[in-house]
Structure formats: structure tokens, C-alpha cells
Design a protein around this ligand. Structure first.
Ligand code: ADP
Ligand code: MG
Length: 683
């Protein structure tokens, strides 16, 4: 019978199941299977069909077969290394069942003399006689054996039989859950219930049947629950009332007119969206998504200026000191003279820091720029009105939620990311925020020319960069990290540095993960000031830094990087007015598939398109930033194959939001599918 709390059975500990002891439970826990629900997604890979039985005379050696027979004689030799043996027969012949390491008592119990027993296993032959060694499928009840037995990719230490027993037990006990979806949604999946879908999912004949309605329904449940949680967070944040900011459009125009470029249409559109949020009575929680070099910084600065002009303070957080410094320098240049701009850095001395903290509390500072240090507990603001976070793609939902709580109700939040990802992923990862997208790149930008070259043709490359250096341009040379026994290795960068030093004396510097922060900053500053020409590095340079004079990037061993990552790397150049180039070096000729991928990169300069195409070829797991993002891994849903379900879920969420539908009926769904802390205060 249905009961409101039925779903809780699924959240029970595994040890509540028959036959699951502490040992098995612990083995499963190691695989992150903590409760009954988790185990439902461990799907069979194949199955062994034990449903047809044979007579002994017809047995085929080396195959899994099922026989019904009668044990007729025990032989327990009591000599070390000699196995116990049970002679069995049917009306057509005899077979030996051989047991290593099994006790007499146990054997007598499972193979009682004179009884009809069904047994299944791989048939062997020894000294002209059939035998079955350590058979696992033995029962007096033939129907338990004569069926299709699923094969799972097994967790060490748990046998297939035990696995099947556990899963079958769960499938039988699966509680009836009240349907949470509307009739319209359900009709898209042939009206199949959650319970029936799970049962179908585990049927041997349905292995790999991911186009069937039961599979889609379950995938939809996953997607929908994620979106629902996102929607709840968004709604919750939006319900927070704040003091409206009064935008001074005249002052905004003054700043825009003082720039040496005009804003792109997308920049204008996004600025408008942000301004609308700032001046609304509800808290802003917005993500600005745009490719590298799409000009996010200036938009966020205009938002900051508008916030300050309406009497509030702003905090701007960058992922690194260098980027913070670059933002700081730009702010000093662009912001009105009377604004008090400060930077907080790991390097500021104690006295200076103390002074800054005091002035923040007294509202004697309008905008503070720094790394995560600006969110330490001891930092407090008199009137914080906006938090801006640059390049935040390493934050998960939980961290974002915490962030939005910070700064108090009057504080709007603007996040920026340069990781263009396909729409289905954006919906999944950032659905808790409102979204502003900059797709268009500044007009003055010439598209980067992308070439691929064999490493053996390095002389051509050297000729090319020689020419560029003579024209006064600078070059990035990127070497991938070599992973050796889990320790990252910088030898390839060091070797390349030495090699290039010989060819271009006094013109080369090196940066890698072991370079100290201070040293790194000096090197990057020298590069910015054109004090040397070639910067050899591993991928340690943040994408956000602007090097207007660098127009060539060489990427070695380019097949070690994903397309989105290559695109981001190449975005380090091409920010000035000059024609820029990206040269991808390969150790050997490209395979057809690799060629296809590289062509995507050559033919497009749009990070959204590139990531979409890359995802189609490689699957979504490898897309840049996806793994680190803290996003839960879907068990069934796939952003590529199920993109229709993502759209359906989004539409349904919008409908629910609009109609202000009561969402308490989704409580079991949320509890089952998403047990993150953030859910607790919703359901
Ligand atoms: P990102 O979106 O990667 O953070 P930035 O904001 O750093 O990009 O902008 C990259 C460069 O483009 C900067 O040098 C910036 O001054 C310049 N820029 C921004 N907007 C425009 C524009 N509309 N026209 C021309 N150049 C622009
Ligand atoms: Mg940036």
C-alpha cells in the first residue's frame, strides 16, 4: 500500500537487507553505494541465461549449463589439497561436483543424497568424466536457477550471486511511490510509473535499452529533480527583498563614452539585464557567461560603478593575485577619480591591511578588489551592495549558495565565467542563477588563425616566430604537464625553455607550477611590459589575464588537451588589433577522429559551438570544468542523447514556477535524487 513515507525504505542502509553483512556493506560503500537507492543504479552489463536445462549426456564442455540431478555418493578425502567430491547422476549419465574449501556439513546441506537438485555452472571434464567445480547456483527449487542471471561489473569481493540476490530482493520490496509528475508529463513516457520503470531497468532483456520509455522516464526524473532544486534556490534568493539601487544613467554614459571602444550589442544587452536586477527590489543572483575575450570585465565594472553611484560598496573577487592586480589597474583607469578603489593582497603588509579593513567598515572604500581573501570573516563592510566574482567555474552549487548568503540581503551577486558550455549543461550546472550570455566578440577582433603541425616540422615554427618577434610581437609556448607516477612533471617545459634559450638568448622565460607566486608575478609583469619575447609555460597562466602584445600561441602535444581547453588557451592571444595565430603541435599524424576534432577548432572561434561539438564527439564528462564543477553526475541522463528531456524539464519547471504550483508532492523525488545539504531546508 502507498504510504507517504514509503520512499524512506530506499534511503535505508544496505545492511538492512537480508544477506548484506557489514563486510559487503563496506565494500559497496567504497564504491559510493551507501543505501538501497544508490544500488538501483548499478546496472547489469550482460546476463547469463541459465533457463534451459540439459541432460548429462548432452552437456557441452566449457559452457554454462543447467542440470537437474540427484546426488548419489559423497567422497570427503580429509587429505590436504584434495577436494571434496559429490557424485551425481540423472537418467543419462554421471557428473562429479568438486568443492575446494567447502565444509562437509555445508555440502551435505546443499546436495542431500537422493533429492532432485538443480545446479548450474561451467562444465568441465577430467579423466573422461564430466565435472562441475565449485558450483554456485544450486537449489532444490529449480525456478530459482532456471532464469536469466544478470552479470554486473563486480565490486571486488562480492560475487555475482550475492549481487543478484541483493538486487532481486530490492526489486521485490520496492515500495509503491505516489506519482509526482503531472499527467501530461507522464503521458510522454507511456504513463509508466517510477516503480515499474526500475523493474524494467533491471530486466536482463532490457540491458542497454536506453531508448525505451522506462529509461527515459528515469532519466527525466534525474534531470527534473536537479532543475527543481535549482529553481527552488533561485526562487528563494529572489524572494529576498533588498533596497533598490538607483542607476544614474547619465554617469554611466560618461564612463561608456570615455572608453576607447564602443560596447558590443551583447555587452549592452547584458548590462541592461544587470541594471534591471540592481534597480529591482529583489536580490540579484546572476551569471554572466561569455567566451574568453568577449569583454565581460567592462560590463561588470559598469555594474560596479552604478552600484557605487547609488551609495553602496562593491567587492570584486578574482581567482589569482595577478588577475586581481590587472582588474585593479583597470579600475584605477576607468573609475571616476573620486571613487576609492583598493586592493587587498596576500602581499599587503599588516598595517596596510588593517587600515584597509578599517576603511571598509567605515565606508571609506568604494570598491575592494582581491582574491578570496576579501571574504575572510574579519572583513566586514559598512554597506556592501554588490559582489562580483570573476572566472568562478570552480564553484559548486553549495558554495554559490553560501556566497549569496554572504554580504547580507542588500547585496547583489554577479558571477562571471569564461567557460562556454552547451546549453543543457548550463541548465544543469547554473540553473540556480539567472543567466546573461555574451556571444558576440568585439568587432575589432580578427579571428585567430589556427594551424596544426607535426613536431618534426618545428623548424618552420621557429622561422615563423622569428618573424613575429622581429615585428615586435610576443609568443606563448605551452607544454603540457607530464604525469609520472602521479607526480606532475615539468621536464618538458624546462627542456623546451633551455632549447629556446639557445636559439633566442635573453628573450625567453619559464613558468610552471613550481614557480613561486612572487616569481610568477614578476615574470608575468615583465612579459606584459614586453621585456622578453617568449613565455614558456605549463597551463598555469590564468585565462583571464590580458596580454595585448602577445599574438602567437604554440601548444605542444595538443592532443593532450580537450577542445574547449585548447580554445581557452588560444584565447590568451588575439586580444589586440594584430592578426594572431595558434599553432597546435602533434607528435604523430592525426587519426581521422582527431582531425575531425581539430577542424572544429580551426573552423570556429565560438566557444559555445566548440564545446557543443566536442561534447558530441567525446561525451560530456570530459568537457572542461565539468568534472571539477561539483555537479552531480547523472546516473542515466545524458546531456547529448537526452537533450529533449532537458528541454522538457526546463519547460515544466517554468510552468511550475509560473503557476506557483505546490511542490510538496516532489518531496520524495528530491529526497531520493538529491541528498545535498542545500535540499534540507527546502523539503
Ligand atoms: P573576458 O570576457 O575574457 O574577461 P575582457 O573583459 O578581459 O574579456 O576583455 C578582453 C579585451 O577586450 C580587453 O582588452 C578589453 O578592453 C577589450 N574589450 C572589451 N570590450 C570591447 C569592445 N566592445 N570592443 C573592443 N574591445 C573590447
Ligand atoms: Mg575575464
Amino acid at each position: 500500500m502507498y504510504n507517504e513515507r514509503n520512499y524512506r525504505f530506499l534511503l535505508k542502509d544496505l545492511s538492512s537487507l537480508e544477506g548484506v553483512g557489514i563486510k559487503t556493506a563496506n565494500l559497496l560503500k567504497k564504491k559510493k553505494i551507501n543505501n538501497i537507492f544508490d544500488l538501483l543504479w548499478k546496472l547489469p552489463k550482460t546476463y547469463t541465461d541459465r533457463s534451459l536445462s540439459s541432460k548429462i549426456k548432452d552437456l557441452r564442455i566449457g559452457e554454462n549449463q543447467t542440470i537437474t540431478l540427484v546426488p548419489i555418493k559423497y567422497s570427503f578425502p580429509r587429505i590436504r589439497n584434495l577436494p571434496n567430491r559429490v557424485l551425481c547422476s540423472d537418467e543419462t549419465g554421471e557428473i562429479d561436483c568438486i568443492f575446494f574449501n567447502s565444509y562437509e556439513g555445508y555440502i551435505k546441506k546443499i546436495l542431500p543424497l537422493g533429492k532432485h537438485i538443480t545446479i548450474s555452472g561451467k562444465i568441465g571434464r577430467f579423466r573422461n568424466k564430466y565435472q562441475l567445480t565449485n558450483p554456485k547456483y544450486i537449489s532444490e527449487n529449480s525456478s530459482l536457477i532456471k532464469q536469466k542471471h544478470n552479470t554486473y561489473s563486480l565490486t571486488d569481493g562480492i560475487s555475482e550471486k550475492v549481487y543478484n540476490k541483493i538486487i532481486n530482493q530490492i526489486i521485490q520490496k520496492i515500495p509503491l511511490l505516489k506519482e509526482w509528475h503531472s499527467k501530461e508529463i507522464l503521458s510522454k513516457f507511456d504513463n509508466i510509473s517510477w516503480n515499474d520503470s526500475i523493474k524494467e531497468l533491471h530486466k536482463p532483456e532490457n540491458i542497454g535499452n536506453y531508448k525505451k520509455h522506462f529509461y527515459k522516464r528515469l532519466a527525466y526524473d534525474e534531470i527534473f529533480s536537479t532543475f527543481l532544486v535549482n529553481s527552488e534556490i533561485r526562487k528563494k534568493i529572489k524572494r529576498i527583498k533588498k533596497k533598490r539601487k538607483k542607476i544614474d544613467y547619465k554617469k554611466q554614459e560618461l564612463i561608456i563614452n570615455s572608453l576607447d571602444f564602443s560596447l558590443t550589442n551583447d555587452q549592452k544587452k547584458v548590462l541592461k539585464e544587470i541594471n534591471n536586477d540592481l534597480s529591482s527590489p529583489n536580490k540579484m543572483f546572476r551569471l554572466m557567461q561569455g567566451d574568453v575575450g568577449s569583454g565581460k570585465t567592462i560590463v561588470s565594472f559598469l555594474a560596479a560603478i552604478n552600484t557605487i553611484n547609488s551609495g553602496f560598496q562593491v567587492a570584486l573577487m578574482a581567482p589569482t593575485e595577478i588577475l586581481a592586480k590587472q582588474h585593479y589597474n583597470l579600475a584605477k583607469k576607468i573609475f571616476p577619480q573620486n571613487f576609492k578603489v583598493r586592493m587587498i593582497s596576500g602581499k599587503s603588509d599588516y598595517k596596510e591591511k588593517k587600515e584597509t579593513l578599517k576603511n571598509l567598515e567605515l565606508h571609506k572604500i568604494d570598491i575592494i578588489i582581491g582574491t578570496h581573501a576579501i571574504f575572510q570573516k574579519k572583513v566586514s563592510f559598512k554597506k556592501l551592495g554588490l559582489i562580483i566574482i570573476d572566472e568562478q567555474h570552480k564553484f559548486g552549487v553549495n558554495q554559490r549558495k553560501k556566497l549569496s548568503d554572504k554580504g547580507g540581503d542588500n547585496c547583489d551577486i554577479l558571477l562571471m565565467t569564461a567557460t562556454p558550455i552547451p546549453r543543457t549543461l548550463t541548465m544543469t550546472m547554473y540553473g540556480d542563477m539567472d543567466l546573461s550570455i555574451i556571444r558576440e566578440k568585439p568587432m575589432s577582433r580578427k579571428p585567430i588563425q589556427t594551424y596544426s603541425k607535426l613536431e618534426s616540422k618545428i623548424d618552420d615554427v621557429l622561422k615563423f616566430i622569428n618573424k613575429e618577434i622581429k615585428l615586435g610581437n610576443q609568443i606563448f609556448w605551452v607544454c603540457p604537464l607530464i604525469e609520472k607516477s602521479k607526480k606532475l612533471n615539468h621536464t618538458s617545459a624546462i627542456k623546451k625553455y633551455e632549447y629556446l634559450c639557445d636559439l633566442f638568448p635573453n628573450q625567453v622565460s619559464l613558468l610552471h607550477g613550481k614557480t613561486s607566486i612572487e616569481e610568477k608575478e614578476i615574470i608575468l609583469n615583465n612579459f606584459l611590459q614586453n621585456k622578453f619575447k617568449i613565455l614558456v609555460s605549463t597551463t598555469v597562466i590564468e585565462v583571464g589575464i590580458d596580454f595585448p602584445n602577445a599574438n602567437v600561441i604554440i601548444i605542444e602535444n595538443a592532443n593532450k588537451f580537450g577542445l574547449s581547453q585548447l580554445h581557452q588557451l588560444r584565447g590568451r592571444v588575439g586580444r589586440g588589433h594584430k592578426q594572431s595565430s595558434c599553432i597546435l603541435l602533434f607528435k604523430s599524424n592525426l587519426s581521422e577522429n582527431a582531425k575531425k576534432r581539430i577542424n572544429i577548432l580551426k573552423n570556429s572561434n565560438d566557444g559555445f559551438i566548440i564545446s557543443e561539438e566536442d561534447m558530441k564527439i567525446r561525451g560530456f564528462g570530459d568537457i572542461l570544468g565539468f568534472k571539477q564543477s561539483g555537479i552531480k553526475n547523472f546516473k542515466l541522463a545524458d546531456p547529448i542523447h537526452n537533450s529533449d528531456l532537458f528541454l522538457l524539464a526546463e519547460k515544466e519547471i517554468r510552468r511550475i514556477e509560473k503557476s506557483k504550483e505546490d511542490i510538496s508532492k516532489f518531496k520524495p523525488l528530491i529526497k531520493l535524487y538529491d541528498r545535498a545539504d542545500i535540499i534540507n531546508d527546502i523539503a
